[in-house]
Ligand binder design. Structure first.
Ligand code: SAH
Ligand code: SF4
Ligand code: F3S
Length: 442
C-alpha cells in the first residue's frame, strides 16, 4: 500500500500554492493523500511567520501531534515554510519538539522527498535549511486542488524591506521566473480547463526587473491575457509605489483581466508610511486609485492595513480612518502590528501598548465592515457573472465569486462547478451575495 501524506498550511496564497507543489513532489515520489492527520504516514506543516499568532498557531498544532507520534511510531513529521527560514527558529523547533523528523525551508522545498528518504535510511532527524536563494526550480509539478482556480508564481522573494515585515528575510531577494515559462504554464492550465488564473508575487509590479531582458509586468500581463479561451486573470500583490499607468492600460485593453487591484496601503499617516519604508504618501496612494478609476470606472481596490505600528498616535490612526473613507475600498484586511525580530521596526521606540492597538483595530474593523456592507447592498437587483467554485452542503447552494472577488451563493439543480454563471442578486448579507441563476454560460 502507498504511504499517505497530509499537509497543514498556514499563511498566504503563496504558501497555499507551495503546499500544492509539496503535494506534487510527494505524489511523484509515490505517496497518495490522506483524508486526516490520523490516517497519514507523513504530516507536513507548511508554516508562516508574518505575524506572531501565525507562529503560535503552528506551534500549538505541531505540539498536539506528540500523542499521535507515540501511538504511531512510523509516522513522519516534517516542518517547512517561512518559519523554518527565520533566524534561530529551526533550532527552537528542534529543541521544543524532539519528535519532528524533518525540517526544511522555503528555498529548498523540492528536496523534501529526498530528506524524508534520508531520515528513513539513517534513522536520524534531518534538518536542512538554505540561507541563500538558488536558481528557480522549474520542474516541480504542483498537484492542484482548487479547480477551477489556479495559482501561478511569477516571482519569488522581495526586495522592499518594509520595516515591519519579515518576508524579505525568510523568502530571499526577488527572483522573477522567465516570461516564456510563465506563459507556457498558463497556456497549459487554460487547456486543462482552469477558468481563473492568479499571478502571484510579493510585488508583482516589479516583475522582471532582475531579468534585465526587457521583461515587465505590463508586458507579461498583456501576453497572458492574449492567450485564447475564456478565463479570468488576476494578480497579487501590487505595491503602490510601483503600480503604474502601463498596467492600467493593459487592464483596460483585456476584458479577461479582473478589474480589481489588491493595493495594500498599510497606513493613512505619512509619518507612519515613512517609518514603514513604504515609499509613498497617502496623497500619492489616493492618486493611484484615481488614476485607475478614471481609466476604468468600474475598477475596485482592496487593501491591507496595519494598526499599532511603533509610534502610531491617535492622530496617525485617525488619518488611516480618513483614508479608508476616501479610498472606497471593496474590502480591506486589517491587522494589529506584530513585532518580528530582526526587522527594523522591532528596534523602534514607542511600541504601542496592546490595549491601544486592540481598541484601534476594533474601530477600524467596524468602519471597514460598515463600508463593505454598504457596497454589497448596491449589488441587489443587479446581475453578476460568477465563476462557480464549489457546493455548500449547509446552505444547499453553489458558490463562486465575481471578478471583484465578491462571494455569491445560488441554488441550481445541476453541477455547475467550473462554469461561468449569470446570477440575479436578490439579497446581500454582510460581504456575500445571494441570488438566482439567470443563465449558465458554456
Ligand atoms: N507582499 C505583500 C504581502 C505581504 S504580507 C504586500 O506587500 O502587501 C501581507 C500583509 O501582512 C501585509 O500587507 C501587511 O499588511 C501584513 N503584515 C506584514 N507584516 C506584518 C506585521 N509585522 N504585523 C502585522 N501585519 C503585518
Ligand atoms: Fe513585506 Fe513589504 Fe515585501 Fe510586502 S513589499 S512582502 S510588506 S517587505
Ligand atoms: Fe506568506 Fe507568511 Fe511566508 S504571509 S510569504 S507564508 S511569512
Amino acid at each position: 500500500m502507498r504511504e499517505r501524506y497530509f499537509i497543514v498550511t498556514y499563511g498566504c496564497q503563496m504558501n497555499v500554492h507551495e503546499s500544492e507543489k509539496i503535494a506534487g513532489l510527494l505524489r511523484a515520489a509515490g505517496y497518495e493523500s490522506a483524508d486526516s492527520q490520523e490516517n497519514a504516514d507523513l504530516i507536513v506543516f507548511n508554516t508562516c511567520c508574518v505575524r506572531e499568532n501565525a507562529e503560535n498557531h503552528a506551534f500549538g498544532n505541531i505540539g498536539a501531534l506528540k500523542k499521535l507520534k507515540k501511538q504511531k511510531k512510523n509516522l513522519i513529521i516534517a516542518v517547512g515554510g517561512c518559519m523554518t527560514q527565520e533566524k534561530g527558529k529551526a533550532e527552537t523547533l528542534k529543541e521544543k519538539f524532539p519528535f519532528i523528523d524533518v525540517i526544511f525551508g522555503t528555498l529548498n522545498l523540492e528536496e523534501l522527498p529526498a530528506l524524508i528518504q534520508k531520515k528513513r535510511e539513517e534513522k536520524k532527524r534531518v534538518i536542512k535549511i538554505c540561507e541563500k536563494e538558488g536558481e528557480i526550480v522549474e520542474d516541480v509539478k504542483p498537484f492542484r486542488t482548487s479547480f477551477p482556480n489556479a495559482w501561478v508564481n511569477i516571482a519569488y522573494g522581495c526586495n522592499n524591506f518594509c520595516s515591519y515585515c519579515i518576508v524579505p528575510y525568510v523568502r530571499g531577494r526577488e527572483r522573477s521566473r522567465k516570461e516564456e515559462n510563465i506563459l507556457a504554464e498558463i497556456r497549459l492550465l487554460v487547456e486543462q480547463g482552469y477558468k481563473e488564473i492568479t499571478l502571484l508575487g510579493q510585488n508583482v509590479n516589479s516583475y522582471g526587473n532582475d531579468l534585465k531582458d526587457g521583461s515587465s509586468f505590463a508586458r507579461l500581463l498583456d501576453k497572458a491575457a492574449s492567450i485564447e479561451g475564456k478565463f479570468r486573470l488576476r494578480f497579487m500583490t501590487s505595491h503602490p509605489k510601483d503600480f503604474n499607468a502601463d498596467v492600467v492600460e493593459v487592464m483596460k485593453k483585456h476584458p479577461k483581466i479582473c478589474r480589481l487591484v489588491h493595493l495594500p496601503v498599510q497606513s493613512g499617516s505619512n509619518e507612519i508610511l515613512r517609518r514603514m519604508n513604504r515609499r509613498y504618501t497617502a496623497e500619492e496612494y489616493l492618486n493611484k486609485i484615481q488614476m485607475l478609476k478614471s481609466a476604468i470606472p468600474q475598477a475596485e481596490v482592496t487593501t491591507d492595513i496595519i494598526v499599532g505600528f511603533p509610534g502610531e498616535t491617535e492622530e496617525d490612526y485617525l488619518q488611516t480612518e480618513e483614508l479608508v473613507k476616501k479610498a472606497d475600498f471593496a474590502s480591506a484586511f486589517t491587522f494589529v502590528y506584530s513585532k518580528r525580530s530582526g526587522t527594523k521596526a522591532a528596534e523602534m521606540p514607542d511600541q504601542v501598548p496592546e490595549d491601544v492597538s486592540k481598541n484601534r483595530i476594533m474601530r477600524l474593523v467596524e468602519l471597514v465592515n460598515t463600508l463593505t456592507r454598504k457596497k454589497s447592498e448596491t449589488y441587489v437587483g443587479k446581475t453578476v457573472e460568477i465563476l462557480c467554485e464549489d457546493y455548500d452542503e449547509k446552505k444547499k447552494a453553489y458558490l463562486g465569486r465575481d471578478e471583484f472577488g465578491r462571494m455569491a451563493y445560488f441554488p441550481y439543480p445541476k453541477n455547475v462547478v467550473g462554469r461561468f454563471v449569470r446570477v440575479n442578486v436578490l439579497t446581500a448579507n454582510g460581504i456575500s451575495l445571494f441570488g438566482e441563476v439567470a443563465e449558465v454560460e458554456d
